[in-house]
Design a protein around this ligand. Structure first.
Ligand SMILES: NC(=O)c1ccc[n+]([C@@H]2O[C@H](COP(=O)([O-])OP(=O)(O)OC[C@H]3O[C@@H](n4cnc5c(N)ncnc54)[C@H](O)[C@@H]3O)[C@@H](O)[C@H]2O)c1
Length: 254
């Protein structure tokens, strides 16, 4: 039964995998037997994460690329193919957030959030999806957010919220289109997880909301949500496509 969660020999690419959630996803996939490439905008950025995971006996390498550049994404995917072979599992994790009230969001700020969270994710889906549909095999996991479903408080983040809602709908759209090619596409709508992206946990106003609005009364750790990516990447979820799995300690219940 647990064999269904194994990923032995599978090739996985995790964008933005040097820290935070991406690091935890990479570690979980490699622990399940995958050969994992993590991407970042510079190879130095990845070296600490790669060394830490290799020290634990995991099969990890790094590739370089800014997901907002189509040329970078194409080169990055070719690098993974050279290292390990074609990508079987793509985790679109790279993302950024800006907390600003709508009337203060400049065109540049709007574009920067949408270009990483939506354009970059789309580029990776299209480039990897081309090879997956040709091979009739593959799994794509898009890292969405509860922000694509509700409006967070107290911080305002209109561009981020819009980008994650678009990620959820793009997930469904690609899932329907590529199901006939045996390519599954799902998303994880995460609640608050302690990472560099999350706010200062000692800030009384933010913590008030970020914790007390959660029925479980706490934020998650990257390590405890990472197994969901293994589930989505593996045969354990073989009949699942187009789903947006909510993993939020109950946040969206209230
Ligand atoms: N932390 C949370 O509470 C939370 C909640 C819901 C969803 N998420 C999502 O999870 C994902 C990871 O977030 P995190 O909390 O680990 O944040 P993080 O800031 O720690 O990590 C984001 C990663 O993306 C990379 N990145 C950013 N722009 C990039 C670009 N242009 N090209 C390549 N890489 C780029 C960064 O270098 C970093 O490694 C994001 O998509 C985020 O929206 C996070």
């Amino acid at each position: 039964m647990t064999d269904k969660f194994r990923l032995d020999g599978a090739v996985a690419l995790v964008t933005g995998g040097r820290r935070g959630l991406g690091h935890a996803f990479a570690r979980a996939l490699a622990s399940a037997g995958a050969r994992v490439a993590i991407s970042s905008r510079s190879s130095e950025e990845c070296s600490v994460a790669v060394e830490a995971m290799r020290a634990d006996g995991l099969e990890i390498s790094s590739v370089t690329g800014d997901v907002t550049s189509y040329a970078d994404v194409e080169a990055m995917v070719k690098d993974v193919e050279r290292l390990y072979g074609p990508v079987d599992v793509l985790v679109n994790n790279a993302g950024i957030v800006e907390h600003l009230p709508s009337l203060d969001v400049s065109p540049e700020s709007w574009r920067s959030v949408l270009s990483v969270n939506l354009d970059g994710l789309w580029y990776c889906c299209q480039v990897v999806g081309r090879s997956m549909t040709a091979r009739n095999h593959g799994v794509i996991i898009n890292i969405g957010s509860i922000s694509g479903m509700i409006v967070n408080r107290p911080q305002w983040q209109p561009a981020y919220n819009a980008s994650k809602a678009a990620v959820h709908q793009l997930t469904r759209s690609l899932a329907a289109e590529w199901a006939g090619h045996n390519v599954r596409v799902n998303a994880l709508a995460l609640g608050y997880v302690h990472t560099e992206m999350s706010p200062d946990p000692t800030d009384p106003e933010e913590i008030q909301r970020w914790v007390t609005d959660v029925p479980m009364q706490r934020m998650a750790t990257p390590g405890e949500v990472a197994p969901a990516v293994v589930f989505l990447a593996s045969e354990a979820s073989s009949f699942m496509t187009g789903s947006v799995i909510v993993l939020d300690g109950g946040y969206t219940l209230w």
